[in-house]
Design a binder for this molecule. Structure first.
Ligand SMILES: [Ca+2]
Ligand SMILES: [Ca+2]
Length: 236
């Protein structure tokens, strides 16, 4: 067991969540370190839908992606398994101003047409929105909680956390390379826990497997003591 590394980003507010992090540093369970800030210089795949050119993508969908999609559709080019996931953008379902990618396991002319429409700005492609719910055990008298995932997959883009049980501005989401941390300060503390406290939303081509996330959590009681309970994370 080594110290956990933490990359501070800040939100220009001093909240109880900051106190929780300071306390964890005092107890030597947390170390502020650039290790957690990511940026190791390794080229990673872009997981933007239809961004297949160059091979790992460049974050944009343009005519180069249309050409490569066409070559994939007719068998002139091949892609690895991840490339096929990014290529399979049709069919889509309209949600507001987004065209949500559902895919059908095949790369054909409909994927090329959808990519062309995205390249000229006629549609905005997005992966389906997925939801995870944070729960605290029944009966825990909680004041604050934190949850971190040390192996969040690159293909799942975290969007927001809504902490329904938190005091105003009491929830925060910090996302870094391959990990995230959630800190929440519950309303009307100490708050008798039981059931969902927060909702995490992300977009991805497939649901994440929670058992692979390498989760760590801490629940703080009324005396700023660590309670022997854990935050759970479940698909809704
Ligand atoms: Ca591209
Ligand atoms: Ca398709």
């Amino acid at each position: 067991m080594g110290e956990e590394h933490w990359c501070p980003t800040g939100n220009e507010l001093f909240q109880l969540g900051d106190v929780v992090l300071i306390r964890r540093q005092v107890l030597d369970v947390l170390e502020i370190s650039c290790v957690a800030c990511g940026g190791h210089g390794v080229a990673e795949r872009s997981w933007v839908p239809a961004d297949v050119a160059p091979v790992l993508g460049d974050g944009n969908v343009d005519v180069g992606d249309v050409v490569r999609l066409l070559r994939l559709a007719v068998g002139l080019d091949t892609a690895d398994a991840d490339g096929l996931v990014v290529s399979d953008v049709a069919p889509t379902v309209a949600q507001g101003d987004l065209s949500v990618v559902t895919g059908d396991g095949r790369i054909d002319v409909s994927d090329v047409v959808t990519t062309l429409r995205a390249a000229v700005g006629l549609v905005r492609l997005a992966w389906p929105e997925r939801v995870l719910v944070l729960r605290l055990p029944e009966g825990a008298s909680a004041m604050a909680f934190s949850l971190s995932a040390r192996r969040w997959p690159a293909w799942a883009k975290l969007e927001s956390v809504t902490c329904d049980a938190c005091a105003r501005e009491g929830g925060s989401l910090d996302v870094a390379d391959g990990r995230f941390g959630i800190t929440g300060v519950v309303d009307a503390a100490p708050w008798l826990a039981g059931g969902p406290v927060a909702t995490l939303r992300y977009r991805s081509p497939q649901p994440v497997d929670v058992s692979t996330l390498d989760l760590a959590s801490e629940v703080i009681g009324p005396d700023l003591d660590t309670l022997p309970v854990e935050v759970s994370l479940d698909a809704r």
